[in-house]
Design a protein around this ligand. Structure first.
Ligand SMILES: [Zn+2]
Length: 105
């Protein structure tokens, strides 16, 4: 009774832009929240850290999570509202676009 597992195993994995090391971006990003919260064990922490060292997109993603974690701690809330996370992502995207647009600042 493992039709679901068979399906997962047989399905082709989506192309990963930067599958560096033994960890894929999708896995690294999926575990970033635990990572910044120090909720992963030592082995996984090292794997994620190694991936972040080589993968700028994931590193930037990690910084977003760190910022959110900091904000949440200041607000003394248990969990960041989804809207807050979306807004921070949007703001960072805007900043990146501005940086890409030109050297004027
Ligand atoms: Zn990555």
């Amino acid at each position: 009774m493992s039709a679901f597992e068979d399906e997962r195993r047989g399905a082709p994995l989506p192309a990963d832009p930067c599958a560096s090391g033994d960890m894929r971006c999708s896995e690294a990003v999926a575990r970033l929240w635990e990572y910044v919260d120090a909720e992963v064990d030592e082995l996984d922490r090292d794997r994620i850290a190694a991936h972040l060292a080589e993968c700028t997109p994931c590193l930037e993603e990690e910084q977003v999570e760190v910022v959110i974690k900091e904000l949440v701690r200041r607000c003394c809330q248990e969990e960041a509202p989804a809207t807050l996370r979306v807004r921070i992502h949007e703001q960072i995207s805007v900043l990146r676009l501005r940086e890409a647009a030109g050297p004027e600042a």
